[in-house]
Structures are given as C-alpha cells and as structure tokens.
Design a protein around this ligand. Sequence first.
Ligand SMILES: *[C@@H]1O[C@H](CO)[C@@H](O)[C@H](O)[C@H]1NC(C)=O
Ligand SMILES: *[C@@H]1O[C@H](CO)[C@@H](O)[C@H](O)[C@H]1NC(C)=O
Ligand SMILES: *[C@@H]1O[C@H](CO)[C@@H](O)[C@H](O)[C@H]1NC(C)=O
Length: 384
Amino acid sequence: MLSVLVSSLLQVALSVGAPTSFDDLPALAQKRVVEPYSNVVVFDPPGKYIVPRTLYARTMALSDQQTLYATWENYSPEEDDDLLVYFPIYRSTDLGLTWEHISNCTDQVMGWGLRYQPFLYELQEQIGDYEAGTILLSGSAIPTNLSNTQIEMYASRDQGLTWEFVSHIAAGGVALPNNGETPVWEPFIFTWQHQIVVYYSDQRDPAHGQKIVHQVSSDLVNWGDVVDDVAYDVYDDRPGMPIIAALPNGQFIYTYEWYGAPEASFAVYYRLSSDPLSWIDAPAYLVDGIDGTYPVGSPTVTWTPYPADNPNGTIVVSGSNLGGVFLNTELAAPDSKWEYRETDSSNQYTRFVMAMPDAGQVMIAGGGVLNGESNSVTVSVIQL
Ligand SMILES: *[C@@H]1O[C@H](CO)[C@@H](O)[C@H](O)[C@H]1NC(C)=O
Ligand SMILES: *[C@@H]1O[C@H](CO)[C@@H](O)[C@H](O)[C@H]1NC(C)=O
Ligand SMILES: *[C@@H]1O[C@H](CO)[C@@H](O)[C@H](O)[C@H]1NC(C)=O
C-alpha cells in the first residue's frame, strides 16, 4: 500500500517535471536548483602569481536565472607594461559547478591596471545609453606603485564578452589604508529611482580617517556630489566596505565594518532605511549572534525569500573572521536574532554571499585571505 502510494506520488512528481535526483544537471539548471556543494575551484593561479595571488571574489547572477559571473582581484605578474593587472571574467551556466574564462576587463584609459575591488552588476533598466541587461563592472584602477586610486565604471553590452570604459567615478590618493592617506575603495553598485548609485569608502575628508559615501548618476557618465552615508566623530574610526540588500518590507539593509566599534576592531554593523540615499542619521546595530559570536571584518550581505512560510525571508551576512554565516528571519529589526550557521567555506577576506536563483540557496565566493600564499578562487552553495 505504502509503495503504491510512493510510486504514485513519484508519478505525479515526474509528470510535473520535479527533479528526483541531483544527478540530472541539465534538468536541474532549468529548475534553478543545485545540490549544495563545497569549495568548487573557479581559478587556481599559476605559481608565478604574486602573493596574495587572488582576493576579493565577487559573483553575479544574471536575470535569466541561469548564468553566473565571477571576478576578483587578480595578482598576475606585471612583467611588461602591456601586462598590467586586470579583472578576469568567468561565466558558469550550471549554477557554479563549472566555469569558463570568457574575457578580461582591462584598464582602457588610465594605463595603470584594474587592480582592486571589482564589483559586477546587471542593469535592471535602461540608464543613459545603456540598455537593461548591460553588465556593469566597477573597480579601482591603481598603478603598480600604488600612487593613486581611481574608481571606474566599465560596461559590457554583450553579456560579458567585451568591455568598454564608461566613466570615472572617484579619484583618490595612495592605495594604502593608513589614516592621512586619501584613497577611495570598494565600490558597490545599486539602482534607485531610475538612477545608479555607487557606494564606496572614502579617505579624502581630512575630518575622518575613513568614511562611507555614495554618488548618483542618471546616465552612468555624469556623477553627482559626494554624500556621506556613515561617518563617525572620532577621526580614527574607519567605517568601510558598504553593501546593501533590499528587504521585502520596503526597507534596505546596509552592512559595513567599523574600525572603532566597541565590541571589536572592524565588528560588522548595519543600518536600516527605506531610502537608500539616506543613511547618515539611521541608527546602527551590531550583527549580534545569539550564541555570543558576531562577524568581524569585510562583511557582505544578501537576502533570499526563504523559508516560504515566512514573508520576511532570510538575511545572510558574512564576515571575514568565521567560516559560517549569520542568518536573520526578522528583517534585521532592532534586537532581532542573528543565528550563526556553519558552512564548509573557510573564513576569507570579504567573502561574498549571493542569493542563488532558487529561494534558500546562497553562494559563498572567496578569493582567499589577506597575504595568503596559497589563495585561489572558490565557490560554495549552501541550502538554508
Ligand atoms: C586574459 O589575459 C591574460 C593575460 O594577458 C591572457 O593570457 C588570457 O588569454 C586572457 N583571457 C581572455 C579570456 O581574454
Ligand atoms: C607611480 O606610477 C605612476 C604611473 O606609472 C606614475 O605616473 C607616478 O609618477 C609614479 N609615482 C611615483 C611616486 O613613483
Ligand atoms: C518578521 O519580522 C518581524 C520583525 O520585523 C517579526 O516581528 C516577525 O515575528 C517576523 N515574522 C516571522 C514569521 O518570523
């Protein structure tokens, strides 16, 4: 009786095309779901690469829900002037199990190399001359001697195969994270009210060792004034590494690290706002794990509509001190619970969390640790 029931349920499942095994990968790709996996190698650099070899991995899921992209800081040896560093572009059409090197985004205007902190983003709507579906890449052009930082915007109109320079966003000084130097760092791209917003860390204001700011553009070419997002009264404080995720209640969560936080240097904090252009007066909260742990350093955040019976979905935050991630199913409301969840991914510098096409699946991408001598680029997918 039971086996009859099971087999008739199986028939129903097969007739609606539900996957019955994770081995059927093409079918699963159509289903946008993948069996969770750990530490798939995207790129293992050759021995001649310069320490830290790779760092700061970033991924992006195209709106077709089938195609993923990855890039990272790539410490290739700069043996000739024409071999300046660049951001490699890798693509996966099987939800991250295998990757293909499809292009390099190279410095087309400064002659310095695209060196630090790339971020990939798909245009959601036409902006200026750029159609919806254009892939944007922001990152910093920096000379080999680190004398300058220049946050740039590049674009691909052919799904990542070729890249064109779009505009300069912010120019800063020496690429060292010391107070008194004037670099700009770590761009993050977002869309708000038919405009593109780029958030980044900024050491140019003599009143702050570092603060976090944004600039807005309605055409990707002209950028508006620098607006403060997070700036502390204490000069030595260094808030940095801004990332935003949209929440289903109309609010946005803005995570950042805060050197100067009472709990720990670079403890991970967040703010909430219904206006992603207005953060400076929003209260700040620690990502405070219920087990007493909390993330420290180089945070990233994403949101996934899971579990299905909770309209809040789940916010996922990663920090660089722990292999696990912090989960919140209460819209990060003040005093809400952050649960620590172990993963098979090791702790890495600015490890990137990204909601996968299937609700409840999250990709964790890492490029290794600061000063790492054996860094490589890996991705893992967890199931909440
Ligand atoms: C990327 O650049 C490297 C170094 O110049 C080159 O060896 C490689 O073929 C390029 N790859 C692609 C896909 O353009
Ligand atoms: C650093 O490199 C840039 C680009 O090659 C060059 O213009 C600049 O003069 C160099 N600065 C120093 C201090 O060497
Ligand atoms: C959703 O979040 C709110 C706080 O913003 C919380 O009060 C509520 O209990 C949460 N709902 C569920 C089902 O967890």
